[in-house]
Design a protein around this ligand. Structure first.
Ligand SMILES: Nc1ncnc2c1ncn2[C@@H]1O[C@H](COP(=O)(O)OP(=O)(O)O)[C@@H](O)[C@H]1O
Ligand SMILES: [Mg+2]
Length: 685
């Protein structure tokens, strides 16, 4: 409104100078603007000081170098030492295409000069300067390439700006940089007196204020491309993901490495289980047996779809495991019973809590005695006998006339009377027969899970050693047991010895602190050829970066990573990785609740995964087998017969009636719908 009014005034008195009319407004505006904060104000440093040898912007000192000398021969990725230089810096490169005719005429002149030099040297009876001859050869070669159009010509300028909190550190870094560049035959100079231009040239503005260039042909220029990274691909193996830097595939055969173990670290929800499931699926396809210890109950879907064995530990489940089982194997130099007692000791320490030295020795004696009562001694011949049960140990402890032993017996009661009673206090009636076995311990109370995990691990380890097969043992949420030194030491023992038994161990954990704070955790890590770091929380990044020697950039990457993104380490190399699954794999492994609900809806199931009664279809339709509907162990009750018109009977027998009989109104038999996922063996759980 105000402006409109002024405008009218202006029109009414055109003779008056315009400035007079506008002045009050612009003054007002100027006042208002003075009080406003612009974007530039927000981002600008409080001061800038330009010195001969550096420029200080805010509190940070910068120093720019330009490169004037380049090596004669370069190979791919020759700038690597510069890229890897361990100091904060900006590197900027400017590439100027030049027109070939100009370069050619320049070259011709140069060539003529050099030829003249050589000719005069020969005439004078001097030895021809080798440098001139070499340059001439180069020039001729380039002339040839340019004339044919094989190469094009560019000018390259390369600037490096170091930054630091103080001048001393800056000078130190400058010396190191010069030396590093010297080692790859590059000569750099400080942009003395041109620090401001240098600084401006190396911020991402695309302005070359220094303009110090060097001629380059296409090939040499291509080799300066700084973002090459090691490709981590082997001829065979399974695909882990995509190299985010160059889009190549990360394919690895972990069984071909010095050990097949893998550690996956990442905060909750970063995609650890997804990655593990994906790998397990792919390994399984290649004939690897897969055993999974699943504290979160996430792997049931896979087991059912692939026809694996899904063992859920609940007191009502008929499957039992006896922690006292012996492998019955005799290995030179190993005392099977001794190792077993050690492992049981570790387990009992989790069950019973703190034990002092007195308790330890009582427990040792009691364990020996428990086995002895069953006729089992260090003699391998006796070790095939039926092993004792936890109950027997309890009785032995009660029988010892020592108050401390009595106290231990009481602490053991949760095994004998508590919720573990039905599961781990009976003879084992289960063996690893299925190539995919999943131990689900989600139904157990949280404090019992570490105990169950330890027992399962011990059981698997006992069985795995009996027959040699290519196997993958997965321990998801490993922090449950890694926080107990005795279990952690057991896991370490497996990691260390797994190779001999063709076993690869995967441990995944979100609790990096717990995992890496014990020596055993660190040892498991260093006994793993493959390590994967997914998104990390700010509280743990420092520990991670210390252990993995991460650069600032890598730290940033892990802090800001998306789901399924991270770093993949194999041996000396590591790359940024993104885990990608095919759509059919995704439907199997996702744990996104919304997606699962949608899939169930599409499959005609209710929110708990039960088949809904099929409404009567209006026209004959193929029976819809839900993609995600696992092969049922027991035939699922067929949908109500009366709802289905006769044409709709799925898989009805071709000739269901004896000859001569009159067809009944409804077909006599309905085979339950089978899934259409192919040949899925029924689960034998
Ligand atoms: N690479 C990926 N692509 C797509 N979705 C993913 C990917 N990784 C994980 N997710 C989804 O992200 C969620 C969390 O993944 P999950 O593996 O359960 O995390 P974590 O085991 O680390 O807690 C799940 O819903 C999963 O389906
Ligand atoms: Mg998980």
């Amino acid at each position: 409104m105000i402006f409109g009014k002024k405008k009218t005034q202006q029109v009414q008195s055109p003779s008056q100078p315009q400035t007079k009319q506008v002045t009050p407004v612009s003054k007002e505006l100027a006042k208002v603007e003075k009080g406003m904060v612009s974007l530039a104000d927000v981002i600008a440093p409080s001061s800038v000081e330009v010195d001969f040898h550096y420029i200080r912007v805010g509190e940070i000192y910068y120093k720019t170098f330009f490169v004037i000398g380049y090596p004669r021969y370069v190979s791919a990725n020759w700038l690597q030492p510069l890229i890897d230089f361990d100091h904060s810096m900006n590197i900027s490169m400017f590439l100027y295409p030049t027109s070939s005719p100009d370069v050619l005429s320049d070259l011709r002149r140069k060539i003529a000069e050099m030829e003249a030099t050589i000719a005069s040297q020969i005439e004078d009876g001097q030895v021809v300067d080798a440098k001139v001859r070499a340059s001439l050869d180069d020039a001729l070669a380039i002339q040839d390439q340019l004339a044919k159009g094989v190469e094009r010509f560019f000018q390259l300028s390369l600037y490096i700006t170091l930054c630091s909190d103080n001048v001393k550190e800056l000078d130190e870094a400058s010396k190191q940089l010069t030396a590093t560049l010297g080692s790859i035959m590059m000569i750099c100079k400080t942009a003395t007196l041109q620090m401001e231009d240098g600084f401006k040239s190396s911020i991402p503005m695309g302005q070359d204020k220094l303009f110090i260039t060097r001629n380059m042909d296409t090939t040499s220029l291509a080799s300066t491309f700084p973002f090459t990274s090691a490709t981590l691909a082997q001829e065979k193996g399974v695909m882990y993901g995509i190299n985010e830097q160059n889009g190549s595939l990360i394919i690895f055969d972990r069984f071909s490495l010095e050990n097949g173990n893998e550690v996956v670290l990442g905060k909750s929800g970063s995609g650890k289980s997804y990655l593990i499931k994906l790998e397990a699926l792919r390994q399984y396809m290649f004939g690897t047996e897969v055993i999974i210890v699943d504290p979160e109950g996430e792997y049931e879907e896979i087991a059912q779809t692939l026809g694996g064995e899904h063992v859920s530990f609940t007191p009502s489940n008929p499957i039992k495991i006896n922690p006292f089982d012996l492998s019955g194997l005799y290995e030179e130099g190993e005392n099977e019973l001794g190792l077993k007692i050690l492992s049981l000791h570790g387990l009992l320490r989790i069950v019973m809590g703190e034990l002092d030295a007195g308790h330890d020795s009582i427990l040792d004696r009691a364990l020996m005695e428990t086995y002895r009562q069953k006729g089992i001694t260090a003699d391998p011949a006796t070790q095939k006998k039926t092993p004792p049960l936890m109950e027997d140990l309890y009785k032995v402890l009660l029988g010892m006339e020592d108050p401390a032993a009595r106290e231990l017996a009481l602490r053991l009661e949760k095994f004998i009377k508590g919720s573990l009673n039905g599961i781990f206090n009976q003879q084992s009636n289960f063996d690893l027969k299925n190539p995919l076995t999943i131990f689900n311990i989600k139904a157990l109370e949280e404090e019992l899970r570490p105990i169950a995990m330890h027992i399962i691990l011990d059981f698997v380890w006992t069985r795995v050693r009996k027959t040699l097969k290519k196997r993958l043992l997965i321990l998801d949420e490993a922090w449950y047991i890694m926080k107990y030194p005795d279990s952690a030491s057991f896991v370490y023992g497996i990691a260390k010895r797994s190779r001999k038994y063709y076993l690869a161990l995967t441990t995944a954990t979100q609790d990096v602190q717990d995992f890496l704070s014990t020596d055993y955790g660190k040892a498991v890590l260093s006994n793993s050829s493959i390590q994967m770091l997914l998104k990390q929380s700010p509280t743990e990044i420092d520990l991670i970066s210390k252990v993995f020697y991460l650069s600032e950039g890598e730290k940033e990457l892990l802090l800001s990573a998306d789901i399924g993104e991270g770093l993949f380490f194999a041996g000396q190399s590591h790359v940024a990785m993104k885990v990608i699954a095919a759509p059919f794999e995704h439907t199997l492994i996702t744990s996104n609740p919304q997606e699962i609900l949608n899939m169930r809806e599409d499959a005609g199931e209710d929110s708990e995964g039960n088949l809904l009664p099929t409404p009567a279809p209006e026209s004959p339709v193929e029976p819809i087998a839900p993609v995600m509907q696992p092969a049922p162990a027991e035939p699922i009750a067929a949908p109500p017969v009366s709802n289905l018109p006769s044409q709709v009977q799925p898989n009805a027998p071709l000739n269901p009636m004896p000859a001569g009989s009159t067809p009944p109104a409804q077909p006599p038999a309905i085979t339950p719908p089978t899934t259409d996922v192919g040949t899925i063996p029924p689960s034998n759980v």
